[in-house]
Design a protein around this ligand. Structure first.
Ligand SMILES: Nc1ncnc2c1ncn2[C@@H]1O[C@H](COP(=O)(O)OP(=O)(O)O)[C@@H](O)[C@H]1O
Ligand SMILES: [Mg+2]
Length: 488
């Protein structure tokens, strides 16, 4: 039977994080992937882990940065084990695919079924999959092509109820039948700051203007860029991410704009740039503050006339790409220092979305932590919750790494925790201690909260007293007396 995913041989270091078991706590060990596909990989590690064990896997993909995913051991051998990936989102898949494509062995046999061909073929006459793996939209095409087969390989285990559930999921969640699909439900939060972000995404998505997304690392800049793309008319065209900080200065220009054969030492063949691959879609330039002055001016030229020119080339090519840029740097001070072009900044800053750090999102901290605890628990088939101390610790911690740190700490806690309730220590957090001078009487606390909730409810209900009473679950006279008490 043919494979559904191309596998490549690699030597890629990986950290394995294991969940505690009975008396034994969890641990982190170093190993390496010896093969990798979009579905999982083989890890050289002795002693091997038992089948079905769930592990946290952390690895660095050259050019793309660090990844942390959950994996399940599907096969155990003497020198290692095969693991299947969980929770790979589309973006992570595309990055992984970039890496696999670069590492796959180029010979004449089909990477899916192994059939030997006498010459290079576009379609395998053994299994029928297309083999044009260097075309940019290849992976999307292949996933579509193989989709029914993927379902089919699992369908023997479906009950008739499962099938109804799946069809219903396709109708409601995928096609939006009978449901008012709003902002992607994966984008979690209800603080005022994040609601403003949602509203800006909705406003700017259908237009073609460039967007500059600012905010600390891990606040959701890339997620915002994807959300804009997915709500635009370009959504069925490529969304291409380039992390300007991850690619060396001397390579980035060729990576973005392509190069001609012989343009520089080592340029044996001509190469298409990411801008051209993104034609019709969106290009997301992450960490734009890291671009060299030379690439900055080339980018400015692109924004002015929408033409890209390969390195070493002589004629430009007109391209229809929407640019979204992001940075965690203060570009204004980079301009003052002379490291960032002012004219480029004003071209990019036409529409700015600033993502507030998590520490300024109030109760969103807890909402996010709960969301990811739920998600990872479900994926691992355990029912985990937070202890009250853990929730206090989540609230009082500053989360300098923002949402990414929440994800990593919660994922690790789900893997490492020995109990069903996640404690502060599982999250690597300490129990917040109340300082004596900040201790207030319960009555004060109650009054403060009561007043706060009253103000919020009045605002939410446009001062409609009946509605406020309903929302707060009290009578109308009580609403009046509370207003009087707090003078609001
Ligand atoms: N509000 C949110 N709700 C759910 N997941 C989020 C949210 N914000 C960020 N994430 C997730 O956190 C991780 C880091 O976000 P990312 O967009 O890569 O941040 P940045 O680009 O600002 O460093 C990603 O896995 C992203 O999906
Ligand atoms: Mg980022």
């Amino acid at each position: 039977m043919s494979r559904l995913d191309i596998r490549c041989k690699v030597e890629l270091p990986v950290s394995i994080i294991t969940r505690g078991n009975g008396e034994k706590g969890g641990s982190e060990t170093r190993a390496r992937f010896t093969s990798l596909s979009l579905g999982g990989g083989f890890i050289d590690h002795t002693p091997p882990f038992d089948e079905k064990k769930i592990l946290g896997l952390k690895y660095d993909l050259p050019k793309h940065g660090e990844f942390e995913v959950l994996g399940e051991v599907t096969r155990s051998e003497r020198n290692g084990f095969a693991a299947r990936f969980y929770d790979l989102n589309r973006d992570a898949k595309l990055k992984l695919w970039d890496y696999i494509r670069e590492n796959v062995e180029e010979d004449l046999s089909c990477p899916y079924c192994g059939k030997d061909h006498a010459q290079k073929r576009r379609i395998c006459d053994g299994c029928g999959w297309s083999l044009n793996i260097h075309s940019q939209d290849y992976i999307v095409t292949h996933e579509k092509e193989s989709f029914l087969k993927r379902i089919q390989t699992k369908s023997d285990d479906f009950s008739i109820e499962d099938m109804y559930k799946i069809l219903n999921f396709v109708d409601v969640q995928v096609l939006g039948i009978g449901k008012n699909l709003d902002i992607n439900e994966e984008f979690v939060g209800s603080s005022q700051g994040i609601l403003n972000v949602f509203s800006m995404i909705r406003k700017v998505a259908p237009t073609d203007i460039p967007v500059l997304i600012t905010g600390e690392s891990g606040t959701g800049k890339e997620l915002t860029a994807m959300a804009i793309h997915e709500r635009s008319q370009r959504k069925n065209k490529p969304f291409i991410t380039i992390n300007c900080a991850a690619i060396p200065d001397n390579l980035i220009e060729a990576e973005l704009f392509g190069h001609e054969k012989g343009a520089f030492t080592g340029a044996h063949v001509s190469k298409t740039g990411k801008f051209q691959y993104a034609d019709g879609g969106t290009i997301f330039l992450d960490e734009i503050g890291e671009l060299s002055p030379q690439v900055q001016s080339k980018l400015l030229r692109f924004l002015e006339d929408k033409v890209v020119e390969k390195v070493g080339g002589h004629e430009g090519k007109k391209i229809d790409v929407r640019l979204i840029a992001a940075t965690n740097k203060d570009l204004k001070s980079a301009i003052a220092k002379g490291t960032f072009r002012k004219d480029l900044f004003y071209r990019l800053d036409v529409f700015n979305i600033n993502l507030p750090p998590v520490r300024e999102r109030g109760e969103d901290k807890v909402i996010l932590a709960r969301y990811f605890l739920n998600k990872f628990s479900k994926e691992m088939g355990v029912a985990q919750s937070f202890t009250t101390e853990a929730l206090d610790a989540v609230r009082s911690y500053d989360w300098p790494g923002n949402v990414r740190e929440i994800i990593n700490k919660v994922r690790r806690a789900v893997v490492m925790s020995k109990e069903l309730a996640v404690a502060p220590a599982d999250l690597g957090l300490t129990i917040p201690v109340m300082e004596t001078e900040t201790l207030t009487s319960l009555k004060d606390v109650r009054n403060t909260i009561e007043k706060q909730k009253l103000i919020e409810a009045l605002r939410h209900c446009n001062n409609n007293i009946s509605k406020v009473a309903r929302v707060l679950g009290i009578s109308r006279p009580s609403v009046y007396s509370l207003r009087k008490k707090y003078n609001v």
